[in-house]
Design a protein around this ligand. Structure first.
Ligand code: PRP
Length: 211
């Protein structure tokens, strides 16, 4: 078979994905244990895996150096790359939201300029444009909930999973933008050239998820 290369968002998504592949008999001893390596080959030599920062996964897949990527829908939307999204893996479920102090719901309806702190400037801009509101986007790289607390922004656009971070910081979900989860993306050329291998694999993953 033709070798298939995966780009995996390092962390929980990669661990979950490797668990599913293991169930399908695709194992990778090199990746087990504490390692700083970034590129691995499966025990049977049929697959390669890179572990990258989530936001780089669509880039590797778009450029065709990875055939398949496993990454959150939030990253896919934000990066907006030319890749095929072929499967919803159903794990890593969360919600893209507008959140802030409860009193900010008035501002959201007021027609006034809204200051939005976010790790997702593209998603935030698109959402507020579509809903006909003007915003100033302030890009942050993490701990976005600080934005409204310290007065940098009125609201945030961010993912909410358990809701714990919002709750502990006195914030609430004001608007839901879109449900998210881990997705499987494929490079368009790979999809043609390695069609059989990729199709068989996607079907097997889908069947495993449905069990
Ligand atoms: C994410 C997200 C929220 C939090 C939501 O941040 O940006 O802050 O998780 O999860 P919860 O609803 O279960 O509390 P992450 O942990 O990735 O860290 P970061 O803020 O440094 O990006």
């Amino acid at each position: 078979m033709k070798q298939i290369t995966f780009a995996l968002a390092k962390g929980r998504l990669a661990e979950k994905a490797m668990g599913i592949l293991k169930d399908l008999g695709i194992t990778c001893k090199e990746m087990e244990g504490d390692t700083r390596k970034l590129l691995f080959t499966s025990d049977d030599g049929n697959y390669r895996f890179f572990l990258s920062k989530a936001s780089d996964v669509p880039t590797y897949v778009d450029h065709g150096v990875a055939d398949i990527g496993i990454v959150g829908k939030d990253t896919i939307l934000e990066e907006n790359r030319e890749v095929y999204e072929v499967l919803d893996l159903g794990f890593g479920k969360c919600m893209m939201t507008v959140a802030g102090e409860p009193s900010k719901s008035v501002l959201l309806e007021s027609g006034q300029l809204i200051r939005v702190a976010t790790k997702y400037p593209m998603i935030a801009k698109k959402y507020f444009d579509q809903t006909g509101r003007s915003v100033e986007i302030i890009k942050l790289h993490g701990s976005v909930e600080l934005g409204p607390i310290v007065g940098l922004s009125d609201v945030i656009v961010d993912i909410v999973e358990s809701g714990k971070t919002l709750k502990e910081n006195g914030l609430v979900v004001l608007e839901e933008i879109e449900p998210l989860s881990a997705r499987c993306i494929v490079n368009s050329a790979s999809f043609k050239v390695k069609h059989q291998e990729i199709n068989t694999l996607i079907k097997a993953i889908e069947a495993r998820l449905g069990e």
